[in-house]
Design a binder for this molecule. Structure first.
Ligand SMILES: C[S@@+](CC[C@H](N)C(=O)[O-])C[C@H]1O[C@@H](n2cnc3c(N)ncnc32)[C@H](O)[C@@H]1O
Ligand SMILES: [Zn+2]
Length: 277
């Protein structure tokens, strides 16, 4: 597929769902233009050739770089998050039985949504991340997903427009989540559990034990918790996967990982689902 047709396909997809997108600056309604989208307050945003909407003009963080996102894609492709993907898809199907509109807030390189698409093909899927590197990689997935570079604190979505927000190992902004969800809409948040990737932490000097209690408590302060459960399993590790796991660790710690490769890696996650009503 050439880059031009990728942009055209994305344009068609955004045009189909344009009623749910609103300007992150003034909240105005968008219309699709030749170059991208324009709001009724006259703020214009480009649709990049790769087929994503660029709605964030601020400074890009360098905490998550292209190497990290590429490695993360390899880790997804190796099946490390298969059980999580299935779990999230079935939760979404339980929550909304028709054609849900789902946002992945902090979607990174987009593997989760790309893998959810065939499980819920009738869903409209929107992936938002502040990292242009992440979203650029996300557009490599061929599934029909609306990718946006945007800040989750100023989502480019209209109030009351979404059925479900998925928020995996990423920051949250509950005021903004509440604004863009329909009444009764749900947030599915995934947090690392105490054993998450412990084989990496064991090989990092001076790495402290991790607790997700503060993050979970903040969720419960904001939303009515429907379900909270742990998803914990192990995945066998070969040389290529170990290399990818190290590379997806943020650069600051990546350099200090030492010791032999483990035979398996622990995926210990906590899933919390909640809503405001
Ligand atoms: C640990 S990564 C997880 C990415 C993805 N959910 C996954 O599981 O592969 C955290 C993500 O949150 C994104 N992020 C951090 N702050 C953000 C913000 N204010 N708005 C949107 N995305 C943000 C980062 O760019 C990064 O992609
Ligand atoms: Zn505007």
């Amino acid at each position: 597929m050439d880059v031009q047709s990728k942009k055209e396909i994305a344009k068609g997809l955004f045009a189909e769902h344009i009623a749910v997108f609103c300007c992150p600056i003034c909240g105005g309604k968008f219309t699709v233009t030749e170059a991208g989208v324009r709001c009724n307050g006259n703020h214009a945003f480009d649709l990049a050739r790769k087929g994503y909407l660029n709605l964030f003009a601020g400074r890009q963080s360098t905490y998550y770089d292209k190497t990290l996102f590429t490695a993360r894609r390899d880790v997804f492709a190796a099946g490390v998050y298969d059980l999580l993907i299935e779990e999230i898809a079935s939760l979404i199907k339980e929550l909304v039985d028709s054609a849900p509109l789902v946002l992945d807030a902090g979607c990174g390189e987009g593997s989760l949504l790309a893998r959810i698409h065939p499980l819920i093909p009738q869903a409209g899927l929107v992936g938002v991340d502040i990292s242009r590197d992440g979203i650029r990689l996300a557009t490599v997935h061929s599934e029909p997903i609306m990718w946006c570079v945007a800040d989750l604190a100023r989502l480019p979505l209209c109030s009351g427009s979404l059925d479900v927000i998925v928020n995996v190992l990423a920051p949250a902004n509950y005021n903004e989540f509440q604004r863009v969800l329909k009444p009764g809409g749900a947030v599915i948040k995934v947090l690392p559990g105490p054993g998450y990737l412990q084989e990496i932490r064991e090989r990092l000097e001076g790495s402290a034990a991790y607790s997700n209690e503060d993050v979970a408590a903040k969720f419960a302060e904001n939303l009515k918790v429907g379900r909270r459960f742990q998803l914990s399993y192990e995945v066998g590790v070969n040389g290529a996967l170990w290399e990818a796991l190290i590379k997806m660790t943020p650069l600051s710690s990546r350099r200090e990982i030492s010791g032999p490769r483990p035979g398996k890696i622990t995926v210990d996650l906590e899933i919390i689902q909640g809503s405001w009503t």
